[in-house]
Write a protein that binds this ligand. Structure first.
Ligand code: HEM
Length: 402
């Protein structure tokens, strides 16, 4: 029987939605694709609508009002209203231009040997362990190392990054309890203090030996005569560190979770390692690490499912768009050979994920080599999901390789 979606409200979703949102998302897409939440915001679930919102130049990312209501004046507000992702041109353009030089295909090609080396060392280590947590001992290590390298984060601080990042990004969920807000504020303060010291030190020693090319681009770069302030530097570095490792950790974890749940697809990839290229797109489609996005309608917008007036606050369900039967045949079926695969895991438009190429390279090498090296890879106990609706990943995923 079809689910009754008239009572659905994004602000009061429960654990069953987090465990498996798709029965609800399918019902919303079929019956109420432009769903009004109690607070007047809309939740879009059709691929065509989500795509049009992201392609439109009239949709705004600035969240000063929305976050002001949600957070009040606090470090979380400063952070989320200063990072490039929640800003519009011209400030967004300045920050994006400063960092995009570090993400060109040529630059990323230079990273491949580094990624290869880290993955091979990790595989040796987990082989010795035999049984391990795929998230803690494998998935989170590579992206943390790479983004820390790009920003020049000293080794001593790297282990704390996922904790900070979950606390800060967790505050973006539709409903956040007070203890989680306090945790998020603490994380911004502590993480901000570490980065502030690093930035001050680099500014005082511009000629000293240093790893972080992206940090240097942010500190010393200029766009149309504009340099970033200390606060802007700190908050954009926090964002980059979070964006660079949290979603990629989930990407690798979700991919392995999917393969363990679909032995036929696992066998297919084991038998033909070249399938890793279309397979990573299928992992991203089925279990997008970022499931929900937001925009504010700067102008009225006409969508296939109806018209939204200026000022409408929009929630885009990337997860639902990626399983829209109008675009993907048999959308719940996992098919690692699926082509074309027009998923929106990295969205599109002016905020299209800057790290998409890097994430694909990391995923291809980490997932591809793990599957190839350990044909006996199997689940080894119950897994636990990260308890968030906006971000989808595992908190732990116990596996064994022998
Ligand atoms: C599988 C992994 C990843 C996924 C699924 C992902 C997804 C996304 C999405 C959906 C956005 C758009 C957010 C919005 O505007 O609402 C975004 C933005 C962004 N991502 Fe990623 N991301 C991933 C990995 C990375 C990595 C590895 C980096 C950097 C090293 C990165 C850096 C960024 C940056 C800088 C932005 C902001 C772009 C802007 O506002 O112009 N991401 N990402």
């Amino acid at each position: 029987m079809a689910l009754d979606v008239t009572r659905f409200d994004l602000a009061s979703i429960g654990p069953e939605f987090i465990e498996d949102p798709h029965p609800t998302l399918h019902a919303l897409r079929a019956q109420d694709p432009l769903h009004r939440n109690v607070d007047g915001s809309v939740f879009l679930t059709r691929h065509a609508d989500v795509l049009k919102v992201y392609q439109s130049r009239d949709m705004l990312s600035d969240k000063t009002e929305e976050f002001g209501r949600k957070f009040g004046r606090c470090p979380l507000l400063t952070h989320h209203t200063t990072s490039l992702v929640f800003n519009d041109p011209p400030y967004h353009t300045v920050v994006r231009k400063l960092i995009s030089g570090a993400f060109t295909p040529r630059k990323l090609a230079e990273f491949e040997p580094l990624i290869d080396g880290i993955v091979d060392r990790l595989l040796d280590r987990v082989e010795e362990m035999g049984r391990f947590d795929l998230i803690e001992d494998f998935a989170k290590v590579l992206p943390t190392e790479i983004i820390s390298f790009m920003l020049g984060i000293p080794e001593a601080h790297r282990a704390q990054l996922r904790g900070y990042s979950l606390a800060i990004l967790g505050a973006l969920d539709p409903a956040v309890p007070p203890d989680k807000l306090a945790e998020g504020n603490r994380a911004v303060e502590e993480f901000g203090a570490i980065l502030g010291d690093l930035i001050d030190h680099r500014r005082a020693n511009p000629d000293g030996a240093h790893q972080g090319e992206v940090l240097d681009a942010l500190i010393f770069g200029e766009h149309e005569g504009r340099r970033l302030t200390r606060e802007e530097l700190i908050q954009n570095c926090i964002f980059l560190l979070n964006a660079g490792h949290e979603t990629t950790t989930s990407f690798v974890g979700n991919a392995i979770g999917l393969l363990l749940d679909h032995p036929d697809q696992h066998a297919l990839l084991r038998d033909d390692p070249d399938l890793i290229v279309p397979a990573i797109e299928e992992f991203l489609r089925l279990e997008s690490p970022l499931q929900i996005g937001n925009r504010l309608a700067g102008e009225a917008i006409e969508l296939a499912s109806g018209t939204l007036s200026q000022g409408t606050y929009i929630h885009t369900s990337i997860a639902a768009a990626n399983r829209d039967p109008e675009v993907f045949a048999d959308p719940d079926r996992m098919d690692i050979t699926r082509r074309p695969n027009r998923h929106l895991a990295f969205i599109t438009g002016i905020h299209v994920c800057l790290g998409a190429t890097l994430a694909r390279v990391e995923g291809r090498i980490a997932i591809g080599r793990l599957v190839r090296r350990f044909p006996a890879l199997a689940a080894d106990g119950p897994a636990a999901r990260v308890p968030l609706a906006r971000f989808r990943g595992y908190a732990s995923l116990p596996v064994r390789v022998t």
